[in-house]
Design a protein around this ligand. Structure first.
Ligand SMILES: [Zn+2]
Ligand SMILES: [Zn+2]
Length: 325
């Protein structure tokens, strides 16, 4: 049997260090595809997984926003051939039978698997994936510039859709990192008035240059919290106008005390948003193809991934760090 050598960014154990390790892949089994990765972005959810008390898989290869090409196809896989372009997102397999799967809301399937969490991830030269979990990626997308669309872009688009705003309405985006900068581009394209809040002045300058208002937001129709810093939530809540919507996206193991009087008397809606629909992902790829969505990426070698994750933990990365293979 052929064995493929790969390097990958691996979390050895729960809350352990992330190191670059040598791995060997056997031929893909039935229903599986081996991808030669072109690029994979680093996402804040990688840090979330790295900080969990327990891991379903260890050691675990991180990474869930990758683009690669099919290197080998396992028995029984139809519709994919070597050389095809495929994307890995956080959403792995789903049951296909529950009410959420039937309604096109597979991302809420209780039986879902997730790359870089319950499945081995995409932060390596090669990745092994269930064929049913892969998405088609258009040829025209550059690999490094396109990889962040598979999580950050998809999630940003989904969150704005959940906010259900019309042109001319206002949105405040909290956190100007990988998701926030893409959400700003989408919001402006949709004709929304967009404000950005971030503790770093350097990031606010970038947001202003991209067309955002960076004064303290007031009376906005929706506030979307992309940062995992819980301190942003009360600030976002206070920015809302009556009947406004608070959308929570950034993941943290934390609680937030809900101000009941304002929630009730102002008729505030609070909702979580996670990824987006399959159609949303296709829309994100199309916006990138039209040059409307332009991820701000810095490409790096795999060896830099552990240090980059530390920078991200401190909130010091602007745009998206992408590992190019
Ligand atoms: Zn992600
Ligand atoms: Zn399901």
């Amino acid at each position: 049997m052929r064995s493929t050598h790969s390097r990958a960014a691996v979390l050895a154990r729960a809350r352990g260090p992330v190191t670059v390790e040598s791995l060997h892949f056997a031929e893909p089994a039935a229903g599986e595809i081996l991808l030669r990765m072109e690029a994979c972005g680093l996402c804040h959810s990688d840090l979330f997984v790295a900080g969990l008390e327990k891991l379903p898989l260890a050691p675990l290869t991180l990474g869930h926003e990758g683009i690669g090409r099919v290197a080998a196809v396992g028995p029984g896989v139809a519709g994919w051939a070597p050389g095809d372009r495929a994307g890995i997102t956080f959403l792995g397999t789903t049951c296909g039978a529950c009410e959420w799967c039937a309604a096109g809301r597979e991302r809420f399937c209780p039986k879902q698997t997730n790359f870089g969490y319950t499945l081995q991830g995409a932060l390596g030269d090669y990745a092994l994936a269930p064929a049913s979990a892969l998405v088609r990626v258009p040829e025209h997308l550059p690999a490094a510039g396109g990889a962040p669309l598979c999580c950050a872009g998809w999630t940003a688009y989904g969150a704005l859709r959940e906010a259900a705003l019309s042109p001319g309405q206002s949105v405040a985006l909290f956190g100007y990192g990988g998701l926030g900068h893409l959400a700003l581009q989408i919001a402006l394209h949709q004709g929304l008035r967009a404000a950005v809040c971030d503790p770093l002045e350097e990031k606010l300058a970038l947001a202003r240059a991209a067309g955002a208002d960076t004064g303290a937001p007031r009376n906005v129709d929706a506030a979307i919290v992309f940062t995992a810093a819980p301190a942003a939530i009360p600030q976002a809540f206070r920015a809302l106008r009556r009947n406004g919507t608070l959308i929570l996206v950034g993941l943290a193991v934390a609680s937030y005390e809900l101000p009941l009087v304002d929630t009730v008397l102002k008729g505030i809606t609070i909702r979580g948003s996670y990824l987006g629909s399959r159609d949303d992902l296709a829309a994100v790829f199309a916006l990138a193809g039209q040059g409307i969505l332009r991820p701000h990426v810095h490409t790096h070698a795999l060896e830099e991934a552990p240090a980059l994750l530390d920078l991200m933990r401190r909130g010091e990365l602007s745009g998206r760090a992408v590992i190019a293979f």
